[in-house]
Write a protein that binds this ligand. Structure first.
Ligand code: PBG
Length: 332
């Protein structure tokens, strides 16, 4: 019998490159941005070394730079000036995110603009939906709940305001049941049939979001997000969430976080044939940055290994705070 030697395929870099099954490329990367009011601002985020909150002028400058590196898409988050119980700034025409979408649309050609649709950065309670007080049945005291259906109406208004500002895709991340349907309807009824929906479909209640909440100032003021985000012990349920979003009209679906959820990405890719994006979230980013700073790992190699593994699991697109540095490495 002829000898099988898989090592023949690994003999040198040229052959390894020739037979490699997964290619991480610049066009797979989506850059998240945090936008603030004011001028010429570039506020460092303590828990996310290398990431900043940018005012509009600096945002536009930075987008031009990443576009020059070959990046094709951005995801925008706004930092509210003032929060209130109804999250009114989230759907204001003059909101910072609406202004950012408009400016990016006007000043930069051929960049895909995705906007985050959620209330947590705008609602005073720091929850992704509208909070209501009810009388608890079990304990004789008041209890706070996130009102799913009341929230849908607001999320729809937020999404419409982003579409009006010029977003290509709106990205609902509140994990409210029916949010994709509510958004699809309002977009269709108001003349935006071509604005797409990138749904945060399988979004887990995760400790990996810690640094992001510092960036956005969006930590819940009481309780946690476990009544609407997914339980990390479950994976069948993630497929049901994704299926539901596809049925409601999602064009692109997401699994989030990415690295601890490669099995979910893999199952979603096997089962569904819509574009799949993974969110390499803030905690994943900051863990790598702090390990690299401490000299514990080789930064470039570990980032490329992580992102390639996310792609190998089945994600076609990756939202990542590493995007700019990776684009520079992949370019040469
Ligand atoms: C809010 C939202 C979160 C992230 C994106 N949108 C955090 C949360 O649910 O608290 C996390 C992103 C990251 O950690 O990078 N709906």
């Amino acid at each position: 019998m002829a000898s099988v030697k898989l090592r023949r395929l690994r003999r040198n870099k040229q052959i390894r490159d020739l037979v490699s099954e997964t290619q991480l490329s610049i066009k797979d990367l989506i850059v998240p941005y945090f936008v603030i009011g004011g001028k010429n601002k570039r506020e460092p985020i303590k828990t996310m070394p290398g990431i900043y909150r940018l005012s509009l002028d600096n945002l536009i400058r930075d987008i031009k730079e990443i576009k020059g590196l070959g990046i094709k898409a951005i995801l925008l988050f706004g930092i509210a000036q003032k929060k209130d119980v109804k999250a009114t700034e989230a759907y204001s025409r003059e909101g910072i995110l609406q202004k950012a979408i408009k400016a990016a649309r006007k000043e930069i050609k051929d960049i895909t603009i995705i906007s985050d649709v959620c209330l947590c950065g705008y609602a005073s309670g720091g929850h992704c939906g509208i909070v209501r007080r009810i009388k608890s049945e079990r304990k004789n005291q008041n209890e706070f709940i996130v009102d799913n259906d009341e929230t849908l109406k607001i999320l729809a208004k937020v999404a419409l305001s982003h579409a009006q500002a010029g977003a290509d895709f709106v990205a609902p991340s509140a994990m409210m049941d029916g949010q994709v349907k509510a958004i699809r309807e309002i977009l269709d009824n108001n003349g935006f049939p071509n604005t797409g929906i990138l749904a945060y479909s399988a979004k887990y209640a995760s400790s990996f979001y810690g640094p992001f909440r510092e960036a956005l100032g969006s930590s819940p003021q009481f309780g946690d997000r476990k009544t609407y985000q997914m339980d990390y012990r479950n994976s069948d349920e993630a497929l049901r969430e994704i299926e539901q979003d596809i049925n409601e009209g999602a064009d692109i679906v997401m699994v989030k976080p990415a690295l601890s959820y490669l099995d979910i990405i893999y199952r979603a890719k096997q089962k569904f044939n819509v574009p799949l994006v993974a969110y390499n979230v803030s905690g994943e980013y900051s863990l790598v940055k702090s390990a690299a700073k401490g000299g514990l790992v080789d930064e470039k190699n570990i980032i490329l290994e992580i992102l390639t593994s996310i792609k190998r699991a089945g994600a076609g697109l990756i939202i990542t705070y590493h995007a700019k540095e990776v684009a520079k490495w992949l370019k040469i």
